[in-house]
Design a protein around this ligand. Sequence first.
Ligand SMILES: [Zn+2]
Length: 300
Amino acid sequence: MQKNYLQINKCPLCSCKTHKFNNLNIESYAFGIKKINIPRKIKIKECLNCGLFYKDLIPTKIFLKKIFNVHASSVWREKKLSYKYEKKQINQIFKDFNKKLNFIDFGCGSGDFINSIKKNNIIVSGVDVYKYERLKYIINGEFFNTFIEDKIISKYKYDLFTFFDIFEHLYSPNDLISNVINISKKNNSFIYIETGSSESVKNIGDWWYAKLFEHHIFWNLKSIKYLCKKNNLEIINYSIKQHKERMYMNKLKKLILFSLYFGSKLTFLNKILTRITKKDLNLVGNVYIQDHFQCILKIK
Ligand SMILES: [Zn+2]
């Protein structure tokens, strides 16, 4: 069991060891209906230097891959989101996509986002640890079947790098950014990030987003500023928002999930509902809360 997990003794972003911590409020993880045991209590440390929150015990890449290979297709179903908000933001950067552009989506899943911005003058590429069949009809550039931060050898130089709910999965953010800069057009390329906002939650140890097995680190404005300073990036835009999936969710589903969230606070009700829904209700969280941020960084 122990060898399935890595102990993290310093900040994955700045290597500093000074921290405050909270306990992650779980007895085991759940990935879909699969229960995943943990060898000990997990702490979430807040780096006092760069502001990043990070777990002190995380699954190894090999262990993650093993779980993903068996269960990912049932957990990460096609979501068919509209990406209206994101497209508007990207339109503004590239002045309505007039030029020939190269985009790459990290953690592209079944290709919903790539598909929504695809045009004749745009090369769309993707990176994902899991390969969906549907991608071969969507991608007109390259596809890399790897972990997000693994080194990529590309035949293109990219204008835009997108990361929707990806930055919380990283083992080494600096490795990823140096890979990105390598395959960018340097001072005219942009990085679009959307991830959980650790500064928007009261108790990080109770946050649904931190209770996910595959989420290792949690960002905020302070840690993004540190990342930018270290890698010569400039913040163009930063705003707190709702989780993308929840932003586009219909009102009735939101209301049902909100009721489940309150139900899950009562242990007996949680047990009954977990059995019926086959989902861990601890992971529902308050669907109305703005606990994410989006930011656009420019490579200088
Ligand atoms: Zn740090």
